[in-house]
Each structure stands twice: as C-alpha cells, then as structure tokens.
Design a binder for this molecule. Structure first.
Ligand SMILES: [Zn+2]
Length: 481
C-alpha cells in the first residue's frame, strides 16, 4: 500500500479530512477485474477509501454530495513517465525532433537548470497532472545534477496533493557515477526511505556499450530494492544490445518499466514479457520526436503489459486524454497499413477504447506495483476518483459508449471533480486551493534565468530549428508552366 497523503502536503482545509463524500447517479467505469460498468450508481467515499458503490446509497451525516448525473466516474489516471522538471519550458520544443531535444537538454542547456528551476517545473507539472485527472504521476526526473536539485524536486511534489513517484536520474553524469555517490545514498535515506512519496524508481538508460557500465547502477537499485525505469528501444539511442546486456546480467526484474520500447526486436520483447516488465507508451512523443512507431501493436502480440505516459510538456500538454486518443489511433493505423501491404482489409479492429482506458488507469497502477490500492473503483481501494462532467459542452452528451467517450470525446476541460485519497483536489472544474499565481511567478523566474543565460539569439534559435529544404514534386497534369 502506498502511504496516504500526509496533512502537511497540502493547504486543503483540515475540516475536509475524515469527511465522507458521495457521488450521486453517475455512470461508473469501475475498471475492476471484469470491467464492470454501472449506470445511475453512487460512489461513497469515507476517509481516504472507497466505501461502497451502487444505487441509492446511504451516506453518513455531514457528507459532501456531488451530483454526477450525466457524468462518467472513473479511477484517477496514472502516468508512468513524465519529465516534470521540463514543464517550465512548456511548448518551447513544439517543433523539435528527438535530436534537437537531446542537444538542448543533454548537451547544451540542461545544465543551466538550478534547484529552483526544477522546483518550478515540478510544481507546474504536478498541478497540470491533477487538473487533468492524473492522480498518480511518475516524475522521470533526469535533471537532478545534485541532491539540492533532488530536494527541490521532492519539495515541489510534496506541495501538491497528488500522488507522485520520483524516478531519480541525472543526464549530466553516467548512472554508474551518480547512483554510487554518497550524496545519492544519503538523499535516498533522508527523503525517500519511509518518506511521503507514492514510490521511487531509478531512471537511467542503457546505451548498449559492451562494457555495460550501467551494471553498477543496477546493483544499487537491487541493493535498495527499487525498480528501474529506462528509455529502451529509442531510435538512434538505445536498442536490443541494452536489453541483452540487462538480461544477461540478470537485471531485468519484475516492476521494471521500459519507456517507448518502440524499436526493439521480437527477441527483446520476449525478454521483457518473460521477466515481468511493462512498457510505458508515449504515443505523442514517439510520433513527433521519432523514438519509433508507437509499439502497442507489437506489445499486444508479445503479451507485454502497457501503461501510458505523456513524456514532457516541452512539446505537448500533460493529460492522458490525448495519450488514449493517439494510442488508439496509432495502433489502428498500423493495423490498417500492415494489412494494406498484404492487399488485405481490416474489417474489425483489435484494439478497443476499453483497453486504452484500462491502460490509462489500471495499467499504470499495475506497472507501479500499486494495483492493490489504486487503478480501479472498488470498495477498499484508495479513493482516487475522476468525474467527467461538463453540462456546458455539446461534446459531453449523449454518452452512449462510455469507453469510447473517455478515449475519443472527453478532454481536460471536462474534468469536473478530482479526488485523491478521499481529498477533493479539483471541484466544479477548478483546482482547490492551488496557488497558480505563485506557480506562474516561479516559472517566470526560471524562464528569465534561462533566457538571460542563453542569450536572446540562442533562445530564439532553440525554439525555431531550421527547416530542411523540401521540393514539391513535378506535376505532369499542370500544362501551363
Ligand atoms: Zn522520456
């Protein structure tokens, strides 16, 4: 069980603790083992847990009531890979490829981020997550150049009432360097072990160097008993060699998360499946940056568990609606194209909306080993609940196919209420007690710092990469030229 949210993590009024609340008359996607869907049902929350689900429930005195009529109740979503420190640079890299991303963050500008810049990005990223109904997020935090940066990352995550898993990384050093340092070990004991976060992972990539220098970091992870999350199968960066080294070394353990896994051979997929790993698919990232084709069509064939992620808000916003939408579409277009290549026609899709909703909720909880307490709406589980309801939107009725509605129709603006561990963090479409002005000021200071450090020319160049020359084909049907 993950620890409950401690009182000091949030400024939510103390009187809200220990209260009961009930959602009335909603369409409930439980995401339980049999994916039970209940119409016109109530969800009763007592303290931090779901107490009961069913029609016409009786609530204790003094409870808060939310009318869910016309809305969809679903478990809080889980994002298993998000570089939250990069949220301060929201949208800056809209036209980047993965190469430009690497140059900007890994080689040139990532080193300019100070602890307060990590804090600013994480704070904004954390608020962005809960606002969109993502109640658990893995902060794939690979900008931790020092443990001061790591403290700042955790401080920000603890300031927002969502659940966060810190995936500790540092792109300015080899993983064999930072993971074996005394400072990292001290940080782990001081902030993580028995701490307030929902979990901890070690985040680093395996380049495929035959000397396998990453081995030392895997040994630290094993010693600490923490999972590893790694960008695997990324075109031009990581490939089957890394998987083979990990597997041969006995370091592919259950609970490890392989991010993207888009350019791997069948042999590597078999190794992931056989060792109890799962894959975090970031479809929008894979499509735009070029890690490889979004791999769900391969993962399904290899029986590999899937979760979804948004990667980084330096390109796109961090909500899982777009992840569900693009993942479903990418899988289907691949199925069509594979068939067309064989002069065949797909008449029935394999991947259904129901499955991607599962990946966005239960799949994420499973990937993080939190499935017994999160990922589904069942009595006894933690009350992490999202109500999708927007009476002002013509897109929110009719709700005929609820999974289809979540995956292909709904969006952030339809997130009406969000509850994390029984605590309301968004109500009537607005974050509760979130100081957005303070977050804006911190992000503004980070932008000022980076912009002045880089200089105006580099700042503009970074945002506007050169466009390669392109030629429009000669058109034989145009006779006039
Ligand atoms: Zn990533």
């Amino acid at each position: 069980m993950p620890p409950g949210l401690p009182a000091e993590r949030t400024t939510v009024r103390q009187s809200e603790k220990g209260r009961a609340m009930i959602f009335r008359n909603g369409l409930v996607l439980t995401m339980d083992d049999s994916h039970t869907v209940l119409e016109n049902a109530d969800v009763l929350v007592v303290d931090d847990k779901i107490a009961e689900i069913g029609p016409n429930l009786t609530a204790p005195d003094g409870h808060e009531e939310v009318d869910a009529t016309g809305g969809i109740l679903m478990p809080g979503m889980v994002d298993t890979h998000r570089h939250m420190w990069q949220t301060a640079m929201r949208g800056y890299g809209a036209d980047w490829t993965l190469t430009q991303y690497f140059v900007w963050y890994y080689l040139e500008s990532g080193k300019h981020f100070r602890p307060e810049d990590i804090y600013a990005g994480n704070l904004l990223g954390a608020l962005e997550a809960i606002d969109s109904g993502v109640t658990t997020t893995v902060d794939w935090s690979h900008g931790l150049q020092s443990t001061d940066h790591a403290d700042a990352a955790v401080d920000a995550l603890e300031a927002v009432p969502g659940r966060f898993v810190l995936a500790y990384g540092n792109i300015q050093q080899g993983p064999w360097e930072w993971s074996t340092s005394k400072e990292f070990q001290d940080f782990y004991r001081r902030r993580i072990d028995g701490g307030k976060l929902a979990g901890f992972q070690m985040a680093f990539d395996v380049t495929g160097d035959p000397a396998f220098p990453e081995k030392a970091a895997f040994e630290v992870a094993r010693e600490l008993g923490v999972p590893v999350t790694t960008h695997a199968g990324v075109w031009g960066a990581t490939n089957d060699d890394g998987i083979r080294l990990m597997h041969d070394g006995g370091f592919m353990s259950p609970g490890h998360v392989y991010v993207h896994a888009a350019t791997l051979s069948s042999d590597s997929y078999h190794r992931i499946a056989a060792t109890g790993g799962s894959v975090s698919v970031s479809t929008e990232s894979e499509q735009s940056a070029g890690q490889g084709y979004p791999p769900t069509w391969q993962l399904r064939r290899h029986g590999i568990p899937v979760s979804l992620s948004m990667d980084t808000s330096v390109w796109w916003s961090g909500d899982l609606f777009s992840a569900m939408r693009t993942t479903l579409s990418a899988d289907r277009v691949r199925e069509h194209m594979e068939a067309h290549g064989k002069q065949e026609t797909v008449t029935h899709h394999h991947l259904r909306a129901e499955q991607v909703v599962d990946w966005a909720t239960r799949g994420g909880a499973k990937a993080l080993g939190l499935d017994s307490s999160l990922g589904a709406l069942t009595p006894g589980r933690q009350a992490d609940i999202v109500l999708l309801k927007n009476d002002a939107s013509p897109v929110m009725f009719p709700v005929l196919n609820p999974y289809g509605h979540v995956a292909f129709q709904a969006q952030r603006g339809d997130v009406h209420t969000v509850v994390v561990g029984g605590r309301v963090v968004k109500r009537d479409g607005r974050l509760v007690d979130a100081d957005l002005a303070a977050a804006r000021a911190k992000v503004g200071a980070t932008i000022d710092h980076l912009r002045s450090t880089l200089g105006e020319d580099a700042w503009k160049q970074g945002m506007n990469p050169d466009i390669p020359e392109a030629r429009v084909l000669h058109n034989p049907y145009q006779y006039t030229k």
